[in-house]
Design a protein around this ligand. Sequence first.
Ligand code: FES
Ligand code: FE2
Length: 382
Amino acid sequence: MNAALPTPAAAALFDRIKATLAGEQRQRQPGTWSPVARYLDPSRHLSELAALRRLPQAVADAATLQAVGDWRACSVHGVPVLLTRGADDRLRAFINVCRHRGAALVPEGASGQGRERFVCPYHSWTYGSHGACVGRPHDGDFPHAPRDRTGLVELPCAQRFGLVWVVATATPGFDWAAYFGPLGDEIEELGFDAAARVQRERHFTQASNWKLVLDGNLESYHFAYAHRETIAHLFHDNLVVHDQVGDHQRIVLPKRSFAELAEPPARLADFARTLNIIYFLFPSTLLLWEGDHINAIALSPADGASTRVDGWLVAPQRYLSVRSDGHWQRNFDMFWQAIDEDLALAASMQRGLTSGANQALCFGENEFACAAFHDAVQRMLD
Ligand code: FES
Ligand SMILES: [Fe+2]
């Protein structure tokens, strides 16, 4: 018997999975077509980029920005970003672009500690870690550009699930609680609160449109074939338990080991080892919950045919002292082995887009989450 009664959420999920496995509640939606122009049209790509820049994306390991004076330069959707922890202990994000003539203050990828000032390498305009322009040579030559109007452009910034999140367009009063919504609360309940820590990370460029990467991660139809040698044996074939939450999606992937559960576990976290959950936080961050850790993937289109991929393995505080370094490495390797299989296929799809074989790619009734994603992209563009 369970020590505690299952929460309503745990009990409901247990029942849904049981019914799905019994064939009583198989989730399907009408099949659709995904025009290849979606992935190829340069003007559509520019519209998507502008829209992506108005929505949040995971950008960095939060633990590297915990102390006053910590800083890091990264980029998201092609916008250079400077992250700082100010003397007031607040984490801020700015566009890493000088307000004089637009040089980068610090090179992308650079990071450090104990810094209060950022001096532009071009003409030495100087900014505080809170963004204000605090000094510049020959100040009297700029009566038309007063210092209080030439501070760095601040971006919305938040810390969730061990990661730093940024919106790449200045949006005063951005509502983070509304963005993460109930899925954010659920992920936090799984242990990914402010004390969760990144254990591994990986950054590289993928040779395909960003949407092909997401198409490949929102269905389980391919598991039995594309992942035959890696993870296919763990999961039920062609089966998901799916929820649309605003533009976000939650995709539960029951494992074969789910059969061992005779009754609902007490909490969602206790489903660990019997299922994985993909939290797709629209538009471009995937968090895959795998029990004692999350593997996060954030996508930034470099151009229409290539995408920067940022990946982090994050673990809750409670597991840090009881799991070995080798455990995280094994899980990280296993995850990326499967994702690399997906990415190789996405790259092959990219190469075939202009071949003339398809005017549109085909989504079956079982690939409805891909269609739901494209519907959300369309809403984002509208
Ligand atoms: S561009 Fe930065 S000081 Fe001139
Ligand atoms: Fe896959």
